[in-house]
Design a protein around this ligand. Structure first.
Ligand code: 13P
Length: 249
């Protein structure tokens, strides 16, 4: 009943012209019946990519945003601006933003609430560092991140939400979580969501796995009961590899 979602996070890669080229390739080759496909280009390419994707199956996301509509916030982008650029989704709380740019659980919570106010679907990222996993604190960390990000949301909003479990040690390292490791954390997240927002919201919320997803490891990860899709970084930067991930068997 949960529709799979395969999302490409392009991070700080691609000029507008490069992004338009990749988006056009994906528009023509990444369609898969019953699967949602999404790309998150950098801000400067969003409008141009939106034009190329208009009327296609592909969804468009920002990689971050502020919670205010406008204001004196140099360097920030608002929910209104993402909507205006053609976005339907927004990635929030990516570990790179948490680790490198001081993103907090409280900020993620405010942003998630603001996203819904503007009819943007948030993709809330959570995940433990290697030190946290090795000291047996994975569930504690993930529980805190999920609980705080969802605190202000209604059950209906949580049902529409996307959560991405991205263990920090698996991002950009070539070392993906095993399907069993992913399933264990995804099932735990769903249980926590059930406790906080009820069983229907927990059954509906989609939980993506992210961290070194490649064409050759996607299938067994997607086969897990609580894995509803993938958030792909490096392997989303060429049509050849991203299309293979979308078309996993
Ligand atoms: P990689 O797929 O490059 O490991 O990145 C994952 C990620 O951070 C997606 O948001």
């Amino acid at each position: 009943m949960r529709r799979p979602l395969i999302a490409g996070n392009w991070k700080m890669y691609k000029t507008a012209a490069e992004a338009v080229g990749l988006a056009a390739e994906l528009r023509d080759s990444s369609h898969r019946q019953g699967v949602e496909v999404l790309v998150a280009p950098p801000f400067t390419a969003l409008s141009a990519v939106a034009q190329v994707l208009r009327g296609s199956h592909l969804l468009l996301a920002g990689q971050n945003m502020h919670w205010e509509n406008e204001g004196a916030f140099t360097g920030e982008v608002s929910p209104l601006m993402l909507r205006d650029a053609g976005c339907t989704h927004v990635i929030l709380g990516h570990s790179e933003r948490r680790q490198l740019f001081g993103e907090t659980d409280e900020g993620v919570a405010r942003k998630a609430k603001a996203a819904f106010t503007h009819s943007l679907t948030p993709i809330v990222c959570v995940g433990e560092t290697l030190a946290e996993r090795e000291s047996g604190r994975t569930m504690e960390i993930v529980e805190r991140q999920v609980e705080r990000a969802l605190r202000e949301l209604t059950a209906d909003q949580v049902a529409a939400l996307v959560i991405a479990y991205e263990p920090v040690w698996a991002i950009g390292t070539g070392r993906n979580a095993t399907p069993e490791q992913a399933q264990e954390v995804h099932a735990f997240i769903r249980k926590r969501v059930s406790a906080s927002h009820g069983e229907p919201a927990a059954a509906a919320v989609r939980i993506l796995y992210g961290g070194s997803v490649k064409p050759d490891n996607i299938a067994p990860i997607m086969a897990q009961a609580d894995v509803d899709g993938a958030l792909v970084g490096g392997a989303s930067l060429t049509a050849a590899s991203f299309v293979k991930i979308v078309q996993y068997e």
